[in-house]
Design a protein around this ligand. Structure first.
Ligand code: SF4
Ligand code: SF4
Length: 178
């Protein structure tokens, strides 16, 4: 599945690279901001860095396996923490939509719109892998104590099927009672 993801990613990123010269128009429409077209050369340069970062983070390929990995890791790790808006998970601060507020906190220029909701960054972080990928400084993956070890320790609790055949030894001992 990972191989398929890599193939799809290579094709899609190649198509976007080819369409790079007209991309500022789409970016401008998505962010509803004409500045992306006005500052055409700057937008192209930012888009190029965005695409390089997408390849580095395997943003498209990861969609083919990240949910499965998250489900697997979800039994062993729980995610804790609160975002400090450093912007690192926005493609290593290279996303063309990344902006910052007056306090230097990261701000997404398409936050909440329909396109944003299609992106994996909208749900970040969903797994330990996610946190490791961008070295998020504020969320952490804490190991979940394994319930069987904590609650049962070395003691074994026998489990008997309700419709199991009566144990003849038990019946025999009961019948020898005075
Ligand atoms: S890397 Fe972590 S702290 Fe930084 S913006 Fe993303 S979620 Fe927030
Ligand atoms: S949250 Fe916004 S700025 Fe960050 S990666 Fe996603 S689209 Fe880009």
């Amino acid at each position: 599945m990972h191989a398929l993801g890599r193939v799809v990613e290579t094709i899609l990123l190649s198509v976007i690279w080819i369409g790079l010269p007209v991309s500022p128009i789409f970016v401008s429409l998505l962010a509803w901001d004409r500045a992306y077209v006005r500052n055409y050369r700057q937008t192209i340069s930012r888009l190029a860095r965005t695409l390089q970062a997408m390849a580095k983070a395997e943003v498209i390929a990861r969609r083919f396996y990240s949910e499965k990995r998250a489900a697997e890791q979800g039994t062993s790790w729980k995610i804790e923490g609160e975002c400090s808006h450093c912007g690192e998970c926005c493609l290593f601060k290279a996303c063309v939509f990344l902006d910052s507020d007056e306090h230097g906190h990261s701000r997404c220029r398409i936050y909440g719109n329909w396109f944003f909701r299609q992106l994996t960054c909208a749900d970040y972080p969903i797994s330990k892998d996610d946190i490791d990928l961008y070295a998020c400084p504020s969320f952490r993956a804490e190991p979940i104590p394994q319930v069987s070890k904590v609650r049962l320790g070395r003691h074994a609790i026998p489990i008997v099927a309700r419709n199991a055949a009566p144990d003849s030894t038990v019946e025999r001992s009961a019948s020898t009672r005075p």
